[in-house]
Design a protein around this ligand. Structure first.
Ligand code: VNL
Length: 387
C-alpha cells in the first residue's frame, strides 16, 4: 500500500513536469532580438529596440494564445558575438524567432544556425542584397541598397547631373550601392568615379579633397546609419558639391543635428519621419512620446514592421513557429508607417515604395521631405537574377 502511494506520487510528479513543459512550450513564444546596443552603431540598436517595444505596447503581448517574450541582447556590433548569442538563444532559451541584425556581417554570421534549427530570422536593419540568400529562414523588413539606389541614379540622370563621384563605406552595402549607382547611371550616359572609405573610424578629409579635385556635379554617398553627421562635419560644406545618395546619410536620428550644411541634399529611401500619412503621424507621435522625444528613423520602422510580421505570421499559423511561420510570412502585405509594403514570396525581401526626398527645414527642424514616389520597388539584384 505504502509502496503504491509513493509510486503514484512519483508518477504524478513526472506527469506534472511533462505537462508544465508542454504548457510553457505552448504558451510562450520567445523572440531573441540581437542588436548593437553599444559601440559605433548603437543608434541602430536603440531605434530598433524602442520600436519593437512600442509595437508590443500597442498590440499587446499575447498572440494566437501565446505570450510573447522579447529577449534583447547586445552584440556590440561584432559578428562572432551575434553568432554566439543566436546559438545561446536558440539552444538555451528556445526562442522561436531571432531578429534584429544591425549590420550585414551581423546578419550573415547566424544565418546557418537559423537554417539548422529551422528558426525564422527577421532582419530589421542590414541591407546588402544577398543576405536573404544566406538562409531560407531569413526574411527582411528593412530594405536593400540597390532597391534604394537605382531610383537615385534615375533622378540624377533626369535632373541634369552628368558627372558623379561615389563615396561608399567599403563593405557589403556600400559596394552594393556603388555598383547599383554606377550601373544605372552609366547606362543612362552618366560618368562615374568611385571611392571607398573604411567602415571603421573613417577619416573623410582626404577623400573629400579628392572629390573637390574631381569637380563632379554631385557626390553620391553611402555611409551606414549614424555616420552621416561625422561625414558632413568633415568638410562637405567647404566642397560646395551637391550631396545625393540613399537616405542613410541623412537618417532621421541625426539629421536635425547636422545643421544647414545638409539643406538641399537629395536622397532616395523607403522611410522619412516626415512621410505624410495618418499611419506615420500616429507612429512618430507614439514613438516620440515613449522615448523622450526621440525621432524614429528608418531602422525604427524596420523594427516595428518586423514585429508586425512576426505577430501576423503567428496569427496565421495559430501560434506555430518553424517552417510554418516562415511560410506564413511570405506574401504578407500591410500598411506600414512608411507606406504599403509586402514580403516577396520568392525572395523574402520587402517590396516597398522608394521616395525621392530633399532636406528642408520644417517648423524649425530638418527633415527629408518626400516629393516623388516610385511605387512597389523590388530588390533589383534578385529581380534581375529571376529574369
Ligand atoms: C547596413 C546597411 C547598416 C545600411 C546600416 O546602418 C545601414 C548594413 C547601420 O547592411 O550593414 O544604414
Amino acid at each position: 500500500m505504502r509502496r503504491r502511494t509513493v509510486l503514484t506520487a512519483a508518477g504524478a510528479a513526472v506527469a506534472m513536469l511533462a505537462l508544465r513543459g508542454a504548457a510553457s512550450a505552448q504558451e510562450t513564444m520567445k523572440i531573441g532580438l540581437i542588436l548593437p546596443m553599444t559601440g559605433s552603431f548603437a543608434s541602430t540598436g536603440r531605434q530598433i529596440e524602442a520600436a519593437a517595444k512600442l509595437y508590443m505596447q500597442q498590440s499587446g503581448d499575447t498572440v494566437a494564445g501565446k505570450k510573447i517574450q522579447l529577449i534583447v541582447k547586445d552584440d556590440t556590433g561584432v559578428a562572432d558575438v551575434t553568432k554566439r548569442l543566436a546559438q545561446e538563444l536558440i539552444v538555451n532559451d528556445k526562442v522561436g524567432v531571432i531578429a534584429g541584425f544591425g549590420l550585414t556581417p551581423l546578419a550573415l554570421a547566424p544565418a546557418p544556425l537559423a537554417t539548422q534549427a529551422k528558426v525564422p530570422a527577421v532582419v530589421m536593419a542590414a541591407a546588402t542584397a544577398t543576405i536573404t540568400e544566406a538562409s531560407p529562414y531569413i526574411v527582411r523588413t528593412s530594405f536593400t541598397l540597390p532597391q534604394a539606389t537605382v531610383p537615385m541614379a534615375d533622378w540624377a540622370s533626369q535632373n541634369g547631373i552628368k558627372k558623379v563621384v561615389t563615396l561608399v563605406s567599403d563593405y557589403g552595402p556600400g559596394i552594393d550601392a556603388e555598383k547599383a549607382f554606377s550601373g544605372a547611371f552609366g547606362a543612362k550616359g552618366g560618368q562615374v568615379e568611385s571611392l571607398r572609405v573604411p567602415l571603421a573610424n573613417p577619416d573623410f578629409s582626404p577623400f573629400l579633397q579628392k572629390v573637390a579635385d574631381a569637380k563632379p556635379d554631385a557626390l553620391f554617398v553611402f555611409v551606414p546609419s549614424g555616420v552621416g553627421a561625422q561625414f558632413v562635419e568633415r568638410g562637405l560644406d567647404k566642397s560646395g558639391i551637391k550631396l545625393i545618395g540613399p537616405g542613410d546619410v541623412t537618417d532621421d536620428d541625426i539629421l536635425n543635428g547636422m545643421g544647414d550644411v545638409a539643406l538641399g541634399a537629395i536622397t532616395t529611401q523607403h522611410y522619412s519621419a516626415a512621410h505624410d500619412s495618418p499611419e506615420n503621424k500616429a507612429f512618430v507621435e507614439a514613438f516620440k512620446k515613449a522615448n523622450n522625444g526621440m525621432r524614429p528613423n528608418f531602422m525604427a520602422v524596420g523594427g516595428y514592421d518586423g514585429m508586425h510580421l512576426i505577430y501576423e505570421g503567428l496569427k496565421k499559423t495559430n501560434g506555430a513557429g518553424g517552417e510554418a511561420l516562415i511560410n506564413a510570412m511570405k506574401g504578407m502585405s500591410w500598411m506600414s508607417p512608411r507606406g504599403p509594403v509586402s514580403i516577396d514570396p520568392q525572395t523574402r525581401d520587402i517590396i516597398q515604395n522608394i521616395y525621392v526626398r530633399k532636406v528642408e527645414r520644417v517648423n524649425g527642424e530638418l527633415y527629408n521631405v518626400e516629393f516623388a514616389t516610385i511605387a512597389n520597388v523590388k530588390d533589383p539584384v534578385k529581380a534581375a537574377k529571376s529574369n
